[in-house]
Design a protein around this ligand. Sequence first.
Ligand code: ADP
Ligand code: MG
Length: 240
Amino acid sequence: MSEPLIEFKGVKTGYGHMEVLHGIDLSVTAGEIVTLIGSNGAGKTTTLMTLSGVNKVWEGEIRYAGESLNPVPPHEIVARGICHVPEGRQVFRDLTVKENLILGAYLRNDEEGIQKDLRHINELFPILEERQGQLGGTLSGGEQQMLAIGRALMGRPKVLLLDEPSLGLAPLIVKDIFETVQRINKEEGMTVLLVEQNANLALQMADRAYVIETGRITLSGDAKELANDPKVREAYLGGE
Ligand SMILES: Nc1ncnc2c1ncn2[C@@H]1O[C@H](COP(=O)(O)OP(=O)(O)O)[C@@H](O)[C@H]1O
Ligand SMILES: [Mg+2]
């Protein structure tokens, strides 16, 4: 098998003196959708922040495309194609939808390509085209999430990191967003690492999954198999 695109090897990190990740091993192969599920406070956001370079690796290593990311600063990690859609979306509230999208292309200067990608994103998320002149802060939660993902796509990333895109959204809207992410994965081969408390939908759409509990990976495997695992059902799927 070829080397994974992303690989965590015994990664430890934390805040101040408190260790939060106690040696994470995790890998993502190019073209996969991998989900990391776990309860509130388990260390999901910390894992993504460490991959983005915002949190430093204390011990162990994160590798990407055959190189260690440990010494690489966050802006360079973005430039290499890892784009993080943060928890809580964080769209620019006082900029229009279109301005938000254009900002996602700040590292590019291929004007024609940018216009083409804008059209593509408007096709993926038609509501964004309808709302292109509206201020980001006035969008609904679901629309803001679509805008946050669309803005990330404008940077033409190789890997999309999604931190709890379902947070606070109605189930039908979540389904719509997840289907679009799946489409981007299938049609463009975009690699996706999705972090979710909403294990149900995440396991339905992912290829593989990891379960994180208080900073440790406790289970991993095929997403559909994990969805049927009694321990996962009990702990994360309400035992249905
Ligand atoms: N900026 C921070 N400073 C101190 N502790 C933090 C900070 N962010 C997260 N933590 C702690 O790290 C642990 C993991 O948090 P987090 O990665 O946000 O979990 P999750 O995303 O799974 O809910 C929690 O105990 C949380 O309180
Ligand atoms: Mg989180």
